[in-house]
Design a protein around this ligand. Sequence first.
Ligand SMILES: Cc1ncc(COP(=O)(O)O)c(C=O)c1O
Length: 442
Amino acid sequence: MSTTPATLDLSAKDLDPSRDFARHLDSIDSLVGFRDRFACPVDRDGSRIAYFAGNSLGLMPLDARRLVNEELDDWASMAVEGHLSSRRPWLPYHESLSAPGARLVGATPDEVVMMNTLTVNLHLMMVSFYRPSGRRRLLLMEEGAFPSDRYAIESHVSSRGLDPATTIVRVAPHKGESLLRLEDTLAAIERHADELALVLMGGVGFVTGQRLEMPEITGAAQRAGAICGWDLAHAVGNIPLSLHDWNADFAVWCSYKYLNSGPGAVAGAFVHERHGANAALPRYAGWWGNDPATRFRMEPQFVPRAGAHGWQLSNPPILSMAPLIASLAIFDEAGGMTALRSKSRVLTAYLEFLLRERGASGDAASRASRAPIEVVTPADVESRGCQLSLRVRGADAASRQRELAERGFWLDHRPPDVLRAAPTPLYNSFDEVWRLAEALAG
Ligand SMILES: Cc1ncc(COP(=O)(O)O)c(C=O)c1O
C-alpha cells in the first residue's frame, strides 16, 4: 500500500476488519500529528480517553491556554492601553477571526462575524430575516429541531402577533423512519410557496447526524420567494460548506463543538453580501455594529457597518475569543475542510464498516433483524458528516454511555435510545475507532 495521505481515499471494499489495518491507516494518516495539539482527558490509569464527544464539546487546543494567558498578561500590564497597543489589539480583535471563519463556511470575510452565542445570533438574524407580511408569513423548519431553535423561532412568531401552531410548518420523517427525505422538504416548500416567509433548518441533524441538501433547499426556498437560513452547529468544522455560492441568506453556528473553542465559546454568523450591503435592513443595533469610521464619534444616528459585522452589538469578549484564534489556526494548518473531510469520510466509514461487521444494521433493515445496534445516520457518505448516531437495543442509551465511559470511551446520548459517536479527523485515530467498535459490540 502507498504511504501518501491520498490512500485515505478508500472505498468500503478496501476496508479490513483487523486491528492491524486500523494501525496501518494511522501510520499513513498525514493528520495524525494534530492529535498531540489537543489536551485529552485520561482515565484512572492515566491512559488517554478515546474521545468521541466532539459533536458536543471539542477538545482544548493546547495553544488556547497560552493565548488566554497572553491576554491576561496584557490586561495586567497595559490595562486600557491594551485596546490599541497589546500584542493583538483588542479593538480590532474580532476582525482577525473573520477570514479563518469564512474559510470554514465558504464565504468572504465580510460575510462572517464571530460574536455572541448561537441562539443570540439566531434571534438577531430572525429580527432581520423573518419579516412576515401579508399572506407571506409562514416559517418552515424540521420536526425535532434543536430545542433552542424551536424556542427562538416560536418566540419570534409570537412576538409578531402570530400563532406558532398555524404559522410554523414542520417537515418530519415518514412514520417509522428517522431521516428527512429531500422530496418532502421540497414538496412542503412548493405547497406553501405563496405564504412562506422563511425556511430555517439545521444543516446537520443533531440527533441523526443527517446532512441536509443545503444548496437544493436554499434554491427551492428562494424560488418560492422565501428567505433561507441555516443552523450550522453540527456542520461547521465537520463538513465543507459553500454558503456564499449556495446563496444562503444567513447562517449561525457555535464554536464549542467541532471548532474546539471551549465551553460557551463565541459563536459565528454569516450574512450573504447582498444583505450585508443593505443598510436599510431592520436589525437590533448596537454600537459595535456601527461603521468603525464613526463608531467613536458617539453620534446619535446608527450607521451600520457593511457586511455581517453590522450585526454586532457589543465590544467583543477578548478572553473568550482568544481560544478561537488557537482553534481556527489549527484548521488552516491542517489544510482546511478539504483535507479534514477526506480523512473524516474514511474514519466514519470505517466505524460504520466495523459495526456492520459486528452485526449492526442500517435504518430500515434493523426493524426486521432486531440487530442490537442500528446505525440511524445515513449510509451515504455525502448525506452525513463525521457523527454516527446509534440506536441501541436492550439497554437505555444513558446507561450504555456510562458503561462505555467506565471503559475509557466517551460518547454522548440523546434519550431514549440514541448514542452519538463523532470520530473527528483532528484528534481521533483509526485505532480508537477500532477499539470503540469492539467495545460497542461487547
Ligand atoms: C443544533 C443546535 N442549535 C442550537 C444550539 C444552542 O447553542 P447555544 O447554547 O450556543 O445557543 C445547539 C447546542 O448544542 C445545537 O446543537
